[in-house]
Ligand binder design. Structure first.
Ligand SMILES: *[C@@H]1O[C@H](CO)[C@@H](O)[C@H](O)[C@H]1NC(C)=O
Ligand SMILES: *[C@@H]1O[C@H](CO)[C@@H](O)[C@H](O)[C@H]1NC(C)=O
Ligand SMILES: *[C@@H]1O[C@H](CO)[C@@H](O)[C@H](O)[C@H]1NC(C)=O
Length: 468
């Protein structure tokens, strides 16, 4: 057995080795298997109009093939390794793969060319995406010629104000704009950002909860009406599914990560994988974890050693929140049970190594929460807050358990942790059900199908507008 796996590693799958190297290297760039960390995700569902789920992949042509030879302009508020831009980049590559002509504009560039921007721009150029300057006649010309313009995130509305020649053409552009929104934060509800929203061809939002929130808030706060809105849940990339479904690769990654964390193969790992910030609820998770340890002690349960893993730490940011987390761990003397891991885009090794994912986003929750479907692909049960997109992904009692947001959630989460630690069968069954759910509705081809339906609707609308 051991011999088999050694031979296997030596001979195959360069990506696996790449992963192992990545684990010991601190720079993040190289891979983006996934559209990271911050807010949302995508996968399509249409509010009002249901789009049928996708046909299986295999040899069937891409649902986006009607986009061949079309010209699409993608407008990103920034170029970074956060969820929004990476998602838009995925769309760029999906479109390139069917022969769409794709142009890209980044609104907010850092004053200097940093490593991340450089590497991402090159990645796009390699795949045939034209990267344009955020101002100037060229961008305006492309915008006027384009069949479709995708604005990514609420802030991208600023683009139309950047350039005088663009500004005077706004009325011509709006009917072919699709606005992709991934956030649920109050400060986006400013007319400055979204005043053109009612006039665009459509908006695409990552979860039903978020779409409802936007409809309500634009009406109540701004007195404007959302355009036709399409809900598009996100899907897992093929690369991620490939790792998730490769038992040998998973075992190797699991052993490697556990060794690097200093935990044994029989120990139980509960992980939260999000950039460390109050909104993501790492503080409350650690409180729950501590409480679960006490419950286990009180009830004298005989369980494997339990650990909490916090992936997404960034000590260079020197945030008060990050210090708070570390102080809590010290104060409670659970340093041997809590492991902090630096922020990374390469989440697959951690998903392979852990037993349960905790999704503890607070307030209105995740807009979608891509890490949730990624964990389910790895057959992990999810303990998630009953908020936002998580409620559209996790089936309470079947693929995991939901707990309330806020302090009221601390004890329920602690109990859910003990529940899954105690019932091995339940944990494994929930993981399998989660995987089945992903296969049914959260794969790349599902997302591509749903996006295709949206793009078709938007193209049609803009055409009827220009014919009129
Ligand atoms: C994590 O980040 C800190 C601060 O940026 C750095 O000092 C440390 O070496 C990193 N750890 C690993 C394992 O890369
Ligand atoms: C809509 O917004 C108002 C105030 O902004 C709030 O009181 C109400 O509960 C919201 N309704 C829904 C369905 O979210
Ligand atoms: C989730 O299910 C459990 C039982 O399976 C139930 O006790 C709990 O109230 C449910 N939570 C929510 C938010 O529906």
């Amino acid at each position: 057995m051991a011999k088999h796996s050694v031979g296997w590693v030596a001979s195959q799958k360069r990506w696996l080795l790449a992963f192992l190297v990545m684990l010991s290297v601190s720079t993040l760039i190289a891979f983006f298997i996934r559209a990271a960390f911050d807010s949302c995700d995508r996968n399509l569902d249409v509010v009002g109009k249901r789009v049928p789920l996708g046909s299986p992949i295999g040899t069937s042509p891409s649902p986006l093939s009607f986009m061949k030879s079309k010209l699409v302009l993608l407008v990103s508020h920034e170029l970074s390794l956060s969820g929004g831009p990476l998602l838009l980049m995925e769309l760029a590559f999906l479109l390139r793969s069917v022969g769409t002509e794709v142009c890209w504009v980044t609104i907010q560039k850092p004053g200097h060319i940093d490593e991340v921007t450089y590497s991402l721009e090159n990645k796009m150029l390699d795949r045939g995406v034209q990267v344009l300057s955020e101002k100037g006649q060229e961008g305006t010309n492309i915008a006027l010629k384009a069949d479709l313009i995708v604005l990514n995130t609420a802030v991208a509305g600023k683009w139309m104000e950047l350039d005088a020649s663009l500004k005077e053409n706004v009325p011509h552009l709006l009917p072919k704009v699709l606005w992709w929104i991934h956030e649920m934060r109050g400060h986006y509800f400013k007319l400055d950002y979204v005043k053109h929203l009612p006039a665009v061809a459509g908006s695409m939002i990552d979860s039903h909860v978020t779409a409802e929130y936007w409809k309500n808030r634009t009406r109540e706060r701004l007195g404007i009406k959302m355009p036709e809105t399409f809900v598009v849940h996100l899907g897992n990339s093929k690369e991620l599914m490939e790792v998730a479904e490769d038992t040998v690769a998973k075992r190797v990654l699991r052993e490697h990560v556990r060794e690097s964390l200093g935990v044994r193969s029989e120990d139980l790992l509960f992980a939260i994988i999000n950039s460390v910030s109050r909104g993501k609820g790492q503080d409350l998770f650690l409180r729950s974890f501590y409480e679960s340890l006490r419950l286990v002690q009180e009830k004298k349960l005989q369980l494997p050693k339990m650990h909490a893993v916090v992936v997404g730490s960034d000590m260079t940011a020197h945030t008060k929140f990050e210090s708070e987390l570390r102080n809590f761990v010290k104060m409670k003397k659970i340093q041997d049970r809590v492991h902090f891991v630096n922020k990374t885009l390469t989440v697959a090794p951690y998903l392979a190594a852990i037993d349960v994912l905790v999704q503890n986003s607070q307030a209105r929750g995740e807009c979608f929460g891509r890490i949730t479907i990624e964990a389910m692909a790895f057959q992990l049960p999810v303990l998630g807050t009953e908020a936002g997109g998580t409620t559209e992904i996790v089936v309470n009692g079947t693929t995991g358990f939901l707990h309330p947001v806020g302090k009221e959630g601390v004890t329920p989460l602690a109990k859910n942790i003990v529940n899954l630690a105690t019932h091995v069968e339940r944990r494994l069954t929930m993981g399998k059900r989660g995987y089945e759910r992903v296969k049914e509705r959260f794969l790349e081809h599902h997302m591509a199908n749903r996006i295709a339906a949206v793009l078709k609707a938007v193209l049609q609308k803009s055409k009827s507008h220009s014919d009129a």
